[in-house]
Design a protein around this ligand. Structure first.
Ligand code: SF4
Ligand code: SF4
Length: 400
């Protein structure tokens, strides 16, 4: 029996037996599973989440409770865990078993059906399912979160943009074929890219966004695709359809008054069944634009690297190079810091490398525990006002 049929059998049984279902986790994957199950007449009684800020609120008319409250209120329910991070998932499973809950499903099978059956993402089903189930294995080469800037153009000009856009005199859109080919090569060199984040500048300014999204969606070992937008542009009907069909999520950065199309974009997503999450950028940012060398000890840099949020959450594919973070790729590209030998990154676009060599290089890079040369230029803790706009192109010092 195919995987889609197998999942539909489970869903049909839950619906037929009127088994109540609780979804653990309220983010994109949890919401996708909620859509799938509700459309197939499964009774979703509530979400549960460990985030106290969400507890007691309703999402799409479904209440969010703490796990304890959820299982006290509803007896005999099955729980579907939607946490995609393997560490969080493990800890949720042990939390559920300590609460005596043993009817538990993990998200993979349902998410697979959501994307390939409910939505129409054109991946190779077998490869996609294999990628879904392989990413937690220690032996696999895994990229957790990969950001891919597709353009240097932005409708805003934030002085402290971590993509240094306020410093770029003649911003360009990156060539659609190079972007897609480099992404395909990178995907071939690893087992799974858990979450691809398409970003700009402002991604919706790119004239070839439809091609980029369609081609990216066909890559079978990329599980989730998000687009980050500053909510100043409403995508065309064609782009909206591609986003909806392929189950791509929109991550809206809310810049307050600057996000002039926020309400329109939210409505567009709601009416086209597109998951829309919001991050407020009103809080202070940290200044990442400095290129002062700190001459820290190796031990200090190692520590910085080990605990760095960007290292785990902002791996980056930029101009054909895979870097641990945008600080490394952007600062090297702008010559703010010296370009080092490739132990800091993998040149994916290097035609002289075959797939096995690239794979070995990716494995070596991702498992390294020291630090990258850019770490010594990172400024820690200096906070600056968010989204302050520059009125002209800013200057910076090159390292030489
Ligand atoms: S909105 Fe601001 S921070 Fe975001 S990409 Fe544009 S300039 Fe950079
Ligand atoms: S350069 Fe190092 S410390 Fe700075 S963001 Fe990247 S990984 Fe983190």
């Amino acid at each position: 029996m195919g995987k889609i049929e197998e999942a539909y059998r489970i869903i049909e049984r839950l619906a037929k037996e009127c088994t109540p279902a609780i979804i653990f986790g309220t983010k994109g994957v949890g919401r996708a599973i909620q859509k799938l199950l509700s459309a197939n007449h499964v009774c979703i009684v509530c979400f549960c989440d460990n985030n106290k800020e969400l507890q007691g609120k309703a999402i799409d008319g479904v209440m969010v409770y703490s796990p304890e409250e959820a299982f006290l209120t509803v007896r005999g329910a099955v729980v579907i865990v939607s946490a995609i991070n393997s560490e969080s998932r493990k800890s949720i499973f042990s939390q559920l078993s300590s609460l005596g809950q043993n009817k538990i499903y993990s998200w993979e099978l349902f998410y697979f059906v959501y994307l390939c059956g409910f939505k129409k993402r054109h991946v190779n089903y077998e490869s996609f399912y294999k990628a879904l189930n392989s990413f937690a294995d220690d032996d696999h080469v895994v990229i957790d979160i990969l950001t891919m800037p597709i353009t240097q153009r932005c409708s805003l000009k934030c002085r402290y943009c971590s993509y240094f856009l306020a410093y770029i005199e003649n911003p360009i859109h990156f060539d659609k074929h190079s972007l897609v080919n480099n992404l395909k090569k990178l995907a071939e060199s690893v087992d799974v890219i858990r979450n691809l984040v398409i970003i700009g500048g402002e991604a919706f300014t790119h004239p070839d966004i439809d091609f980029i999204l369609s081609e990216t969606s066909k890559i079978s070992n990329i599980l989730l695709i998000d687009i980050i937008t500053n909510c100043t542009i409403i995508p065309s009907a064609g782009t909206t359809q591609i986003i909806s069909e392929n189950g791509i999520f929109i991550e809206a950065s809310d810049y307050g008054k600057l996000s002039t199309k926020f309400a329109g974009l939210k409505m567009l997503c709601e009416s086209n069944d597109i998951y829309f999450s919001v991050t407020s950028v009103s809080k202070n940012w940290s200044d990442c634009t400095s290129n002062e060398k700190h001459n820290r000890t190796d031990e200090e840099n190692r520590n910085l690297f080990k605990h760095c949020f960007n290292r785990r959450n902002c791996n980056q594919l930029y101009k054909g190079e895979f870097h641990f973070c945008q600080m490394s790729s952007m600062k090297m590209d702008l010559e703010m810091i010296p370009r080092t030998e490739s132990s800091d990154y993998v040149n994916i676009s290097d035609e002289s490398l075959d797939r096995n060599q690239r794979r070995q290089m990716m494995r070596d890079l991702l498992s390294q525990t020291t630090f990258v040369s850019a770490c010594d230029y990172c400024q820690i803790g200096k906070s600056i006002p968010s989204a302050e706009q520059a009125d002209k192109v800013l200057r910076y010092k090159k390292y030489y």
